[in-house]
Every structure is written in structure tokens, then in C-alpha cells.
Design a protein around this ligand. Structure first.
Ligand code: RFL
Ligand code: PHB
Length: 389
């Protein structure tokens, strides 16, 4: 098979990119290792920035998001006792959209066939070849049969564990990484949220986040040491811990119920540079990971896709090879700012094993400063709502 752009991975990055290229008249094929149902079963991000909402609007796939998503003009930081509200709308004039990654992916998936976007699910043994040349190709197997796609450009949207980043020779790549000594234990339950806006809490006993998917579905997290096993956390134990960590005001409003999903996700900051090598571009988690504090992961994947589409349209329409060459620097400038924000919010809201009383006082002082300073709140609001692309 021959196409302009071979896209590896049908997560949010790959599907967004595929639809946007199709809409620009650029031929592409998406290869996904899993089934569509498996991709939809992964419970991940819940907060969308303007850039992500904007891409869905551009595709005309925003109807369900506009009907069912919850625009949020603020969120809260908690220090165990009080809530510090960050008035995102008042400070930035913009808001975020609470709409699950699962729902966004479903909207993109459902629109693929009607719009003629070819997505090949259950593609095994995907491998990249000749990415140093102008005629790269991808091999894979489908139903036991070997297949090959010849393309002009390959885009790796295959997440942290996919083959694309590894296809770039180690001699030209550089990894920047921080692995955190805790993970987030997440619970999804069909109960009303305890608060109409998100709460990120730093309590003596650890971090907690109250989030939601809808007025009847809640998403909560607590941080736990990486040695913890999810089997050791009964629903009751999690609800008890949430009630303590979120503070008395939120605790009074918690509705308990059986979990419909429960898992532990490790936290990591990771950037791979460059995000382009030869005819290969990387988008989303294949190039970078942020800790979930700040809800930047999915939104960074969307901003990468924005820059990639810009570069590929310039290339395929006007033969502008410089646009493709410049993709990495453009994307990385925004990536690093989101990495910084996610890292700093993670440091502010979590206890690290090496922290002593001094570090604790620093956190308390910073939260107290944020509570009293509109300038500090504005810095947080501007980053939370998403920096411009
Ligand atoms: P994805 O979503 O990982 O999609 C990559 C796709 O590539 C496929 N793939 C392959 N396909 C073909 N051949 C191969 N060899 C392949 N290897 C992999 C995979 O099956 C998959 O379908 O990456 P993408 O599109 O870059 O999107 C990024 C976002 O998914 C990610 O940044 C966020 O979900 C991160 N993240 C969160 N972000 C937030 O903003 N808020 C959150 O609450 C949040 N929670 C999370 C998360 C990520 C998690 N991971 C990665 C384990 C919770 C978890 C558990
Ligand atoms: C979520 O709802 O899953 C969520 C929200 C905000 C975050 C992380 C996760 O920072």
C-alpha cells in the first residue's frame, strides 16, 4: 500500500492527526496494535484545554462534547483544611472542558469510517524502516499476513511504549527523565462528584484529587507508594482515605459507591529530543510524558498534532521541507513549558520520601502565598487553562 503519511497508533494523537490530514486532503493510514474496544477501555485524562477543544471544533466533531462536556471556569487547591479557588475564567477569560479521553477517542473513532479515515486495528509487529530517507516504510502483520505501507512521512503516535521513538538512532536522541517515587491510585464510580469543580489536595497523609466525568460519574485519585498493590485497596479504604485527605468541607459532600475501575498509574516526567528525525515525526506520549498533576498529557498530544498538521500541510501543499524540519523545535518549546508546570504542581502537592519539616514548611508557605496573591493565582490559571499554540 502507498500513502502520504503513515500514522502509528490510534490513541487521541493518531486519530486527531489522521482526521485533520484527511480534512486537508492529505492521504494517510493509521496502524493500531490493539482493538478499538481495548483503546476505549483505557480510563485516562479528563480535562481538555482550548487547543484540544479547538481541534475537535475544526473537525466539526464537537457536538457531543459541547452537549455532554462540563466547562469549568475554576478549580481548587486544598491544604487539608481550606480550599483555595483558582478563578481560571476570571483570571484568563478562558475555561477548560471536563470531557473524558474515552469519549473524545470514541467521537474520533466513530467518525473514521464515515469520513474515509482508514484505521487498521490489531496490526502486529509494526516496524519502521528507512526513516533516514525520503521513502520510509512501515511493515506489520494483520491476521497472520505480512504487509507494508510505503509513505513519504511516518508519524509516531504510539505512546510511551511504541516502536517509533526507538527507531531513532540513540546517537541522535537525548532523554530527559524524572521518575517519581509514588503512583496515583485512581477510582471511577457512578456517584455524583463531591464538588462542582476539581480539588487537588496536599494533606499530611498525602495527595488527593477529586475529579469527575459527568454530574453522575466521579473520578478520584490518591497517591500511594509504588510498592502498593491495587488488591490491597478496598473501595472502603479508598473512600476513607479520600475523606481525610480532601479536607472536611469536601469530605462532607462525598457520595460513596462501588468502583467501576481501579488502577495505579506510575508518575514520570520524560522528554525525548528531537521530536523529528529524517522522515519521522513524534507526537504525544511517544515523545514525552508528564505526571498527571495539571492534566497536561492529552493536551500536549493535541498541541503536537496542531504543529504537525501545520508542518505537513506546508510540506505536501507547498513542498516546504523547512516546515517539517522545524516541527521539533516548535513542539518542544510548548512541551517544556507544560513539563515545567506539571513538575512544579506535582512538587507542590505531593510529599516526597526525602522531604523533611523544611520542605513541608515551604509547601505550606507557597500554598499560603497562592491563597493571598492574585499574581500567583494568575500564573497557575494561565498554565492550567493551557498556553497558546
Ligand atoms: P496513547 O493514548 O498511549 O496512544 C498510543 C496508541 O498507540 C498504540 N500503540 C501501537 N500501535 C501500533 N503498533 C505498536 N507497536 C503500538 N504500540 C502502541 C497504543 O495501543 C495506543 O492506542 O498516546 P497519545 O495518543 O499520545 O495520547 C496521550 C494520552 O493518552 C496521555 O498523554 C494521557 O492519557 C496521559 N494520562 C493522563 N493525562 C491527563 O491529561 N490526565 C490524566 O488524568 C491522565 N491519566 C494518563 C493517565 C496516562 C496513563 N498511562 C499512559 C498509563 C492515566 C494513565 C494510566
Ligand atoms: C481526571 O479527571 O482523570 C484528571 C483530572 C485532572 C488531572 C488528572 C486527572 O490533573
Amino acid at each position: 500500500m502507498k500513502t502520504d503519511v503513515a500514522i502509528i497508533g490510534a490513541g487521541p494523537a493518531g486519530l486527531l492527526l489522521g482526521h485533520l490530514l484527511r480534512a486537508e486532503g492529505i492521504a494517510c493510514v493509521v496502524l493500531e496494535r490493539q482493538t478499538g474496544d481495548y483503546v476505549l477501555s483505557r480510563i485516562r485524562a479528563g480535562v481538555l484545554e482550548r487547543v484540544t477543544v479547538g481541534l475537535m471544533e475544526r473537525l466539526g466533531l464537537d457536538a457531543r462534547m459541547k452537549a455532554e462536556g462540563l466547562p469549568h471556569g475554576g478549580f481548587n487547591l486544598a491544604d487539608g483544611e481550606r480550599l483555595i479557588r483558582i478563578d481560571v475564567a476570571g483570571l484568563t477569560g478562558d475555561s477548560v472542558m471536563v470531557y473524558g479521553q474515552t469519549e473524545l477517542t470514541r467521537d474520533l473513532m466513530d467518525a473514521a469510517e464515515p469520513r474515509g479515515l482508514e484505521v487498521i486495528y490489531e496490526a502486529g509487529d509494526v516496524a519502521l524502516h528507512a526513516i533516514d530517507s525520503d521513502s520510509p516504510y512501515v511493515t506489520y502483520s494483520k491476521d497472520g499476513v505480512a504487509a507494508r505501507i510505503d509513505a513519504r512521512i511516518v508519524v509516531g503516535c504510539d505512546g510511551f511504549h511504541g516502536p517509533s521513538r526507538r527507531a531513532i538512532p540513540a546517537s541522535v536522541g537525548q532523554v530527559f527523565e524524572r521518575v517519581y517515587p509514588f503512583g496515583w491510585l485512581g477510582i471511577l464510580a457512578d456517584v455524583p462528584p463531591c464538588n462542582h469543580e476539581l480539588i487537588y489536595a496536599n494533606h499530611e497523609r498525602g495527595f488527593a484529587l477529586a475529579s469527575m466525568r459527568s454530574p453522575t460519574r466521579s473520578r478520584y485519585y490518591i497517591d500511594v507508594p509504588l510498592t502498593e498493590k491495587v488488591e490491597d485497596w478496598s473501595d472502603d479504604r479508598i473512600w476513607d482515605e479520600l475523606a481525610v485527605r480532601l479536607g472536611p468541607e469536601a469530605a462532607a459532600q462525598i457520595t460513596r459507591g462501588p468502583s467501576i475501575e481501579k488502577s495505579i498509574a506510575p508518575l514520570r516526567s520524560f522528554v525525548f529530543e528531537p521530536m523529528r528525525h529524517g522522515s519521522l515525526l513524534l507526537c504525544g506520549d511517544s515523545a514525552h510524558i508528564v505526571p498527571p498533576t495539571g492534566a497536561k498529557g492529552l493536551n500536549l498530544a493535541a498541541s503536537d498534532v496542531h504543529y504537525a498538521v501545520e508542518a505537513l500541510v506546508a510540506f505536501f501543499r507547498h513542498g516546504d521541507a523547512d516546515a517539517v524540519a522545524g516541527y521539533s523545535a516548535k513542539a518542544l518549546a510548548r512541551v517544556w513549558k507544560s513539563e515545567r508546570f506539571s513538575w512544579s504542581l506535582t512538587k507542590l502537592m505531593h510529599r516526597f520520601p526525602e522531604d523533611g519539616p523544611f520542605e513541608r514548611r515551604m509547601q505550606v508557605a507557597e500554598l499560603d502565598y497562592i491563597a493571598s496573591s492574585e499574581a500567583a493565582q494568575r500564573v497557575i490559571a494561565e498554565n492550567y487553562v493551557g498556553l497558546p499554540v
